[in-house]
Ligand binder design. Structure first.
Ligand SMILES: NC(=O)c1ccc[n+]([C@@H]2O[C@H](COP(=O)([O-])OP(=O)(O)OC[C@H]3O[C@@H](n4cnc5c(N)ncnc54)[C@H](OP(=O)(O)O)[C@@H]3O)[C@@H](O)[C@H]2O)c1
Length: 293
């Protein structure tokens, strides 16, 4: 299998580079070898690589900065995925692309289905939704995997931040009114590789029969406060923790440029039913992540 992986040093991309490598030849690139804002060179890179599968782990993920860097967010999250889908289609290749729970406004009050109507609250979510639509409109073989609250211990994730705060502050105030599915990047990468492995040599045909939009995130959901509690309780170096108290706070207590959805948990049943695969419970994955990273 010949795979073009874009975004190899991001949280997810770094894990994908490891999990996809046993499947065949992986051409893995990141900025500045590729710049998703440069349309012409991006097309040429895809044509030169001539992959069977493109896995796009790049994204503009600075949720607050996106409110002012609108053109850049749209170029990377909307125009580039559309272009990748067009190039994939022209080559007869499949595109695997990731999207976000932030396409929803968080008002539903129960886990979101793929059939629920998106209503993003900020530019990041709008740009990612536009990316989903551009991929769908290109008409080739594609899988759009909407995920949520992705973390790794390598980059500046919520887990890394809580671990740092817990070594500095006796009391932590953490929002209890934002709820979603914490998702370990490694698990998402492993399940992506399993999908491709299931397709085998006929991967494009196999994905072609199952293409579309799916929700795929850690099983179960939690508030950020519950997540922070779990991060502290599974920390492999508890003797370094100085935090004695976690205090619930409200999102409104921490004003940010971008509004975030409050309840954006994803229902992943469609993915589970279609592929016979599911991500483990979010807290089991967190425990493993903290032991193994
Ligand atoms: N993080 C989350 O909580 C979350 C939640 C839901 C969905 N998702 C989605 O999951 C996917 C993976 O997210 P992630 O957390 O792994 O993201 P990430 O760690 O921010 O990685 C994004 C990657 O894209 C690269 N990139 C940014 N601008 C680029 C450009 N102009 N040209 C080429 N590459 C560029 C980044 O390079 P640099 O490092 O050099 O900037 C980085 O390697 C994305 O589709 C994201 O929208 C993430």
């Amino acid at each position: 299998m010949r795979i073009l992986l874009l975004g190899k040093i991001g949280q997810l991309g770094w894990e994908l580079h490891r999990t996809l490598s046993p499947l065949g030849e992986v051409i893995a690139l990141d900025f500045p070898q590729i710049d998703l804002t440069q349309v012409g060179s991006l097309r040429q890179i895809v044509r030169d690589a001539h992959p069977q599968v493109i896995v796009n782990a790049t994204a503009y993920t600075a949720v607050d900065r996106a409110e002012t860097e609108i053109d850049t967010a749209l170029a990377i999250n909307a125009l580039a995925p559309g272009l990748l889908a067009e190039e994939a289609s022209a080559l007869g290749a499949a595109l695997i692309h990731y999207s976000t729970d932030y396409v929803f406004d968080g008002a539903k009050g129960s886990p979101y289905l793929e059939s629920d109507i998106p209503n993003p609250l900020g530019v990041y979510g709008q740009s990612k939704l536009a990316g989903e639509q551009a991929v769908e409109q290109a008409g080739g073989i594609s899988l759009i995997l909407r995920t949520s609250w992705v973390y790794s211990l390598r980059r500046d994730s919520f887990v890394v931040k809580v671990r740092q705060w817990a070594r500095q502050q006796p009391t932590l105030r953490v929002v209890s009114d934002q709820v979603s599915n914490p998702t370990w990047a490694r698990m998402l990468a492993e399940i992506t590789a399993q999908l491709l492995a299931k397709g085998g040599e006929n991967v494009t045909g196999w994905l072609g029969e199952r293409g579309g939009l799916y929700h795929l995130a850690g099983s179960g959901y939690a508030s950020r406060l519950e997540w922070a509690h779990a991060i502290l309780s599974h920390d492999p170096q508890p003797e370094e923790i100085v935090t004695r108290e976690l205090v619930p706070a409200r999102t409104a207590d921490f004003p940010t440029p971008a509004q975030r959805p409050l309840f954006s948990a994803l229902d992943c049943k469609k993915f589970n039913d279609t592929f016979g695969l599911c991500l483990p419970g979010w807290e089991d994955a967190l425990r493993l992540a903290m032991l193994s990273e």
